[in-house]
Design a protein around this ligand. Sequence first.
Ligand SMILES: Nc1ncnc2c1ncn2[C@@H]1O[C@H](COP(=O)(O)OP(=O)(O)O)[C@@H](O)[C@H]1O
Ligand SMILES: [Mg+2]
Length: 524
Amino acid sequence: MEPASRDPRTRVLYDLAREFAAQLELGQLLPLITAKCREVLDAEGVAILLLDRERGDLYFPYYSQRDPEVGAKLAAQRVPIDRSFAGSVLKSARAERVDDLAGDPRHYRGVDRSTGVTTQSMLAAPLIARGEPMGVIEAINHLDGPFKDEDLSLLESLAEVIAIALSNADRFAQIQTSEQVLRRQVGALRSDLVKLDLEREIIGTSPAMAQVLSLIASAAASSIRVLIEGETGAGKELVARAIHRASNRAGGPFIAVNCAAFTETLLESELFGHRRGAFTGASSDEPGVFRAASGGVILLDEVGEMPSPMQAKLLRVLQEGEITPVGESRPQKVDVRVLSATNRGLRAAVEAKTFREDLYHRLAVFPIRVPPLRDRREDIPLLASRFLARYSQESGKRIGRIEADALDALVRFNWPGNVRQLQNEIERAVALAADGQSIACSHLWAAVAGSAEKIATRDAAGASPSLDDLEGQSQPLAQATAEFQRRYIASVLARTGGKVTQAAHLLGISRVALHKRIKQQTAG
Ligand SMILES: Nc1ncnc2c1ncn2[C@@H]1O[C@H](COP(=O)(O)OP(=O)(O)O)[C@@H](O)[C@H]1O
Ligand SMILES: [Mg+2]
């Protein structure tokens, strides 16, 4: 049936029904509805005001105005609920018509002041879907005399369908976001499980690591922001995971983001998420890690590499506790704990003006320095033997131990790549060794194995292996003796693969006595 001959109102309703049926995006549909509505009501402007529950006011996401400049000004306006005509219609849930708004005490003059329009007459209908008030649709200033009662009825019936469309879109967006959030959480939890299995513990009994462990415990007990500093491979991420696991957010996700791995735009959307269509390639809404990690912990890894415009945005997020997804205008509250890590002196970056000082202070409230492996060589034997156990199990080879000179080499090497490099070295050695063999110098990388040769020749010449490090230092005899004992015990423990009973036997002291010494050393 061709409706063109009918009255213009029926025709408008027919057009709109067709648009609804075509399932256009809400973002396209609502401007169209407001435009059609203005046309058929012969009004100066029509606008949809939506309720912002968090702020408790109304804003103008969709409008159609005779003067387009007025529209642009509306977009920045907020309308209080308690002191406006629209607010009173929303609260009473009844459509209303006012012919002379100037005389109405509910009139909110703020909008008129900023748009330069004088609102005289107004129609307003509440947008209510499934019993939930969502906002108001209003028309102002009939261009030719006052509005009529039937104008109000038309607006009211439109309000009903708009409210349902809005509410459906809302629900759909919620479902989409929670699906995305769940997807990411499951992914993060899955990789957590794997990591948990492998890295249940932070290995290390050296005094330096004992201090790190106690700092982890303090950090986990509060929600303080922690900056973890240390060379690459030293165990920064492990420390961050340990804080998460020991904290009251352990039940929530842990997500690490490598800030150096993204371009500036991608980093922003990775962190804060984006709306579908916010930029080329943004084919669906994306929550971003701040929302995906809700209730949990984020590690901003290599935070020193963050581009400076992002630094400013991050600072604001930390100050306000809310994020604004790319392509959205309204911020959203987030509940995450932010940890960060850096492998270069962030202080120096602040001094060089490549890192914002205010951001530095926000992130580094509680700094934890993870010492490089060469400063805690006592930990090497135990680390090596754990890695050996892991990789021989994984490879299905029975490789029981590391020969003494190979272990000496491992302990003496400088490990620029720290624990990660040691781990890789053991993995490689296990791959090279045959089933039933033990790890010998020949299985080690030449540079590592080379560090043992010095000792071997000195041993042959009868020199003490540990003395050369102490040469050139002057310290009281007691201290030097203690240092020697500490190292000697570590090296015997290394030889026995961490087995205390066996080491005590070799040292000629009781197991209890050895335990006591290890404890003292760790505490010192
Ligand atoms: N103290 C430690 N005990 C056991 N494994 C460790 C330790 N420190 C580091 N690792 C391992 O070394 C690798 C590198 O650690 P990671 O935390 O990723 O270092 P970073 O983040 O400082 O580069 C990981 O596989 C980690 O499990
Ligand atoms: Mg790392």
